[in-house]
Design a binder for this molecule. Structure first.
Ligand SMILES: C[S@@+](CC[C@H](N)C(=O)[O-])C[C@H]1O[C@@H](n2cnc3c(N)ncnc32)[C@H](O)[C@@H]1O
Length: 252
């Protein structure tokens, strides 16, 4: 946690956050290049690399999406052909985003009218999400969209087992090692996230748990050449570098 030298509300908030996360509060001179730091900046809570602690980092930003009221899918909507949107199915429903990360997909799901339970197991990442959600709820242009999102800091296997009713969809986007063959470098956000949480080597277990949750669909994001995580999918929707494997199930 980078210390803001000014006194007042921000400094107190930063100290409380550092205590919650059991992190030290540092002065700029104390930050090592290899550190990852949380900064309470003008845009909200940010994750920054230690060697770029004075530059922009990554933060959860709902404002990138300004959504039509009620977020209903519309004919001709810019996202209509988006592979993730097609993988989720047409009707808005209850979606568990089991790997919420920086929330980009969570925000997209909510913008398409779904009610979203966003689950993130890293307490640091969950704080970044909570901060973004708080800012969005306070913004009249985003409050309706943000109100469709509930955030839980937990392992999604535990969260899925605790659900009272089965979700319509479980969406899983695990962190894999950067693909050497991929022409595009991962975005800065993903690089920072990978440094913080590592790779999700237990993703197959999460997919198995999602399939056991009674969800009608389980959607798994994979790189184009990767093997499916749960046998042959019912369908796959392909983008340029990734695909979404869809496992459709009938409810018992
Ligand atoms: C590749 S990122 C997801 C990116 C996200 N879709 C977005 O749009 O920002 C994977 C995230 O899922 C989290 N994660 C992985 N397995 C999880 C699990 N079993 N339960 C909860 N979170 C998990 C990781 O901590 C990481 O933040």
């Amino acid at each position: 946690m980078l210390r803001d030298d000014s006194e007042g509300a921000v400094a107190r908030e930063a100290a409380a956050l550092a205590e919650r996360l059991a992190l030290p509060v540092l002065r700029i001179a104390e930050i090592a290049p290899d550190d990852l730091v949380l900064v309470m900046g003008p845009r909200g809570l940010e994750l920054r690399a230690g060697d770029a602690a004075l530059r922009n980092g990554a933060w959860v930003d709902f404002s990138a999406r300004r959504i039509p009221a009620a977020g209903r899918p519309r004919r001709g909507h810019a996202d209509a052909g988006q592979p993730l949107r097609r993988a989720l199915g047409r009707r808005p429903g209850f979606v568990v985003d089991a790997t919420a990360g920086f929330g980009d997909d969570t925000i997209a799901l909510a913008s398409w009218g779904h009610r979203v339970l966003a689950v993130e197991r890293s307490p640091v990442v969950a704080e970044l999400l909570a901060d973004g959600l708080r800012r969005a709820l306070a913004d009249p242009a985003l409050a309706e969209l943000a109100a469709r999102i509930t955030l839980r800091c937990a392992d999604a296997t535990t969260a899925l087992r605790a659900l009272e009713c089965p979700p319509d969809v479980v969406y899983i986007d695990p962190m894999f090692a950067a693909e050497r063959t991929s022409s595009a470098l991962p975005r800065k956000k993903i690089q920072l996230l990978r440094r913080l949480v590592g790779t999700d080597d237990d993703a197959a277990e999460l997919v198995a748990c999602a399939l056991a949750s009674g969800a009608r669909r389980v959607v798994v994001k994979r790189s184009l050449r990767a093997e499916p995580l749960a046998g042959r999918p019912s369908a796959s929707y392909r983008g340029k570098l990734i695909r979404y494997d869809v496992h459709v199930q009938s409810r018992k």
